[in-house]
Write a protein that binds this ligand. Sequence first.
Ligand code: NAD
Length: 490
Amino acid sequence: MNLSIPEIYLKSVVNGVTAPPILDDIITREVWYSNEPIRIQQAPLRSVSDCVDIATSDFQRGPWRGYSRSKRRDVLLSWAKHISDSSSKLSLLNCAETGRALSEIRTDSVPKAISALVWFAEAIDKHEDRSLHPGNRDNDFAVVKQEPVGVVAAILPWNDPLVTLMWKVAPALAAGNTVIVKPSEQATAVVVAAVKLAHSAGVPMSTLQVLTGNGEVGDLLITHAAVDMIAFTGSTRTAQKIVSRSHAVGIRRTALECGGKGPFILGRESSDLKKFSSVVARNIFYNQGQVCSAPSIILVPRGSGHKIANLVQVEAIRYCPDTPTEGKVGYMISRSAVSGVRDLLSSLEDRNFWGELSDRRLPPRSCALSMTPTIIVDLSDESELLCTELFAPVLIIKEYDLLEDAITFCNKCPYGLAGGVWSDNLDECIHVASALRVGNMHVNSWGDDGNSVPFGGIKNSGYGREKSLSTFDDYTHTKSIYIRAGFASR
Ligand code: NAD
């Protein structure tokens, strides 16, 4: 991690966290919250195996696995209460470190993380084991049980650290596993603080540990032979590395939540284009476009592209760093993220940048950490941007002739996380919802979300599901136990 002092300082000041500059060197950083420094250290590499030894022993001998389900539930509910009581501090830490708008963290991220934790705590004693008849002896039966997988390595990204923490750790602990969390080196402080609150709430320190550091630490963790499961959220490129490196050591459970390029199709029979454009703008420019499931490409009927671009631009003004936004616009994660996107856009012509707000590859208007909402039109069908995850406030608008062409285009994309359709015609909606190869589909909406509904991708967006009871399938394995009746006369 190589953020300079002024960059982090800028994030802190702009986001209203009055704090001294955050010190940054690669091994040790201090995030200043109020007058209290929080020191973030990269874990010494040798400590990875110590951590795994502690986790293995915890899983084999307890205490966590030996707790009754109701005790595990009560401890997790108490953790949720601790997080709720500390929500201001956690929000400020997240904001200071990543530059995300404080209002988004307060009103979206923290409440979402708490509600996921409460949901999984309450689900602990709601799922049932099954009993089946194995064959020809009527009184015999088999019990099919779900058992915890073991030591789970949870590798997190920076873009929503609290929510991604809870989507993994809450179901993993609820199911009786032991967890080692490796937060992103770019969003560590808030995860460390949240885990400390778990310990205060009664989660044993050996049951939930944090290993701070970069990909080198992550690599040591996922290649440790005693790790039973890897639950990863991050880029597709890192996921590919993790799969090949960790499976070379031994076969183990893997759940991958990776990148996306969400296609949103505007059908031919759509009357409320203003509403559609507002939904698009709200979802692609939120968190400076750094959302895996954002609608980053919209497909619209031939001839309507420029009209939609105008409508989206009107809405996009709210997400422009240069306009009064009541603290609603945050920053991108790093200068290198901004310059990487600018490099990708640099091959485009001026005609591809739509409207006054668009970035047009000029020097940044506010600072090196932000981008103005950018709308790209008229790309050639060969443009690599059509299928590349930009992770920035950039919307691509592509026109189609036939609905089937739009569907074919979407399904050729290597990602398959979120998709959407907007139309007054129910048949058209149902057809597109069934035809798109994605894990999550939105009909006449985008971004709807609930703890009881599974979330996850297919293709290069990964596999496994977060949230919902389905997640317990990832964090448990199935054990079949045959019970022979009539023991005495066997
Ligand atoms: P990243 O892949 O750079 O890093 C993710 C994590 O992996 C970090 O903790 C990092 O330290 C670790 N890591 C890096 N190299 C490693 C290695 N060789 N072995 C083990 N661990 C390693 O991703 P990022 O930049 O932190 O996050 C942005 C990406 O995450 C985007 O692609 C976004 O789409 C994706 N994301 C997906 C979802 C989802 O639910 N599908 C949610 C949020 C973010």
